[in-house]
Design a protein. Structure first.
Length: 139
């Protein structure tokens, strides 16, 4: 089977992997042990994130998100290279990968309005996950 060069870029640099398919190349990329934070969002949020308009993802203080962002043994923030944002659930869902720029806790209440009508309510104590440059997208 013929191998093709597949290029991946991100905050972790640029990697070229030769593989027969894009899927095989992505699987090989995982062997580099990139630390990926996986998040699922609904379509309205995804649409303004993939354009770069919405550069933060807001999450309520829950056990699930704490388990993704805080190391339970050391109580220190977990380190990630990239964030994979997926629109919904299922096999053929669109996604994008962006650089992970850390997170912080919201200190104030605010409502953020986006061009597609999305409104996000941010409350004190919510997690604010900062996204960097988008390095890959699939629609």
């Amino acid at each position: 089977m013929k191998k093709t060069a597949h290029e991946f870029k991100g905050g972790w640099g640029k990697i070229i992997i030769e593989a027969p398919t894009q899927k095989a190349a992505k699987k090989a990329l995982q062997s580099f042990k990139l630390k990926i934070l996986y998040l699922t969002v609904h379509k309205q949020a995804f649409d303004v994130m993939v354009t770069g308009e919405k550069t933060n993802e807001f999450r309520k203080y829950t056990k699930w998100i704490i388990s993704r962002l805080i190391d339970k043994k050391t109580l220190k923030p977990k380190e990630y290279d990239v964030v994979k944002i997926v629109n919904g659930y299922g096999n053929s869902r669109p996604y994008f990968i962006a650089e992970f720029k850390g997170f912080f806790y919201a200190e104030l209440f605010s409502v953020i309005h986006y061009s597609n009508g999305l409104q996000v309510k941010q409350e004190p104590g919510d997690f604010v996950i900062k996204l960097g440059k988008i390095t890959e997208r699939k629609h």
